[in-house]
Ligand binder design. Structure first.
Ligand SMILES: [Zn+2]
Length: 363
């Protein structure tokens, strides 16, 4: 089977052709977040022939993900496989020639510039606005095209971010100053406060809607990668798939010269230190970041063995801390990642989580 045969139906499209297919093969696309949006996006990009995918996600696969996160199976949920690793394995079965780099990391101001280095396009699979604003900062600062997408409930939206002034030198995706678009902060100057916006964890979400929004994001990504800027939808597009309402809001970049990010080029989210301790979204738990140094997972596993049932797999120690119970009698779940990040599930109190971590893990 040749590559030509694999992509026959795509090269047969006049808007792509052989030249467009070659451009896709030469592209590196970063998928930030590999949940409902990210898995559909990653699968469609891999099948379309994008040569290199970089996938970053901080979470492990859970059973509640399976209704919409198309790259994952029951086995991944049973094993609590990190999403980025499970995605890489599955994509390798779909097309072994696609290079997939997987990072089991929490995207923060400390690592985001490293993750975006050498990337031709960033696509959105995130579930929170804080990280989106960080990605928006990086995209504008380094002139990397960024496709924003979000979905919750039965609603979703997409919008491209092409930094003012045009693409950087030698970029694969090129745009002129006249083709630049507003950034996220032009439209929403500040991220909504945590707890105000519904998120997938609290509001529920329909898998067909996340797939629809991801699919639209991929179409726009392909337009950018093959260089068809003319047909890119530059608007803030949104849909409620249940009530059949769609809208396209065309925001004029000229009206937002004062934008703190793309106007004044101040990158407030990128310049801020990451939160060390952050409550998990939608469930009782706390994420605690390490100090930047990798930890010795073998030693941590040994230490935890006497306090519960733990396993080490895929660069993660994960299990139930039977020695500590939550208010309703459940064992506390503990996950330690190679980079020193820890997730303590059972209560949202940061001080309690830090105490558990220090007592049982010594972190
Ligand atoms: Zn802006």
């Amino acid at each position: 089977m040749s590559r030509l045969e694999r992509h026959l139906r795509q090269t047969g499209l006049p808007v792509i052709g052989r030249a467009g297919q070659d451009a896709l093969r030469d592209a590196t696309v970063l998928i930030v977040g590999c949940g409902a949006l990210g898995t559909v996006t990653a699968e469609l990009l891999a099948r379309s022939g994008v040569g290199t995918l970089v996938i970053v996600d901080r979470d492990l696969v859970e059973y509640s993900n399976l209704s919409r996160q198309v790259l994952f199976s029951e086995k991944d949920a049973a094993r609590s496989t990190p999403k980025a690793e499970a995605a890489r394995t599955r994509l390798g079965r779909i097309d072994p020639e696609v290079r997939v780099r997987a990072f089991v990391e929490d995207i923060s101001s400390e690592n985001v510039e490293g993750l975006t280095e050498g990337v031709d396009l960033i696509v959105d699979g995130l579930d929170n606005f804080e990280t989106r604003y960080l990605v928006n900062d990086v995209a504008v600062k380094h002139r990397i095209p960024y496709l924003y997408a979000g979905a919750v409930g039965t609603r979703g939206m997409t919008m491209p971010v092409l930094a003012r002034g045009g693409a950087g030198d030698g970029a694969l995706v090129r745009w002129t100053p006249a083709e630049a678009t507003p950034c996220l902060r032009c439209i929403y100057p500040d991220p909504p406060a945590a707890g105000i916006v519904e998120t997938c964890d609290t509001a529920g979400v329909l898998g067909s809607v996340t797939a629809q929004v991801a699919s639209r994001q991929v179409t726009e990504a392909i337009k950018l990668l093959v260089g068809d800027l003319q047909h890119l939808d530059r608007s803030l597009w949104s849909i409620d798939a249940w009530t059949n309402q769609t809208s396209r809001l065309r925001v004029r970049i000229e009206d937002h010269e004062e934008c703190v990010c793309c106007g004044s080029r101040r990158f407030e989210f990128l310049d801020a230190p990451p939160d060390r301790v952050r409550p998990l979204c939608g469930k009782a738990g706390v994420q605690i970041r390490g100090d930047g140094a990798d930890v010795d997972l073998a030693r941590i596993l040994e230490r935890l063995q006497s306090s519960g049932r733990f396993e080490r797999r895929d660069g993660v120690v994960h299990g139930e801390l039977e020695a500590v119970r939550t208010a309703d009698g459940h064992a506390v779940m503990l996950t330690i990642f190679e980079d020193g990040r820890a997730v303590v599930e059972g209560d949202s109190d940061p001080a309690w989580a830090r105490g558990v971590l220090s007592r049982f893990v010594g972190l």
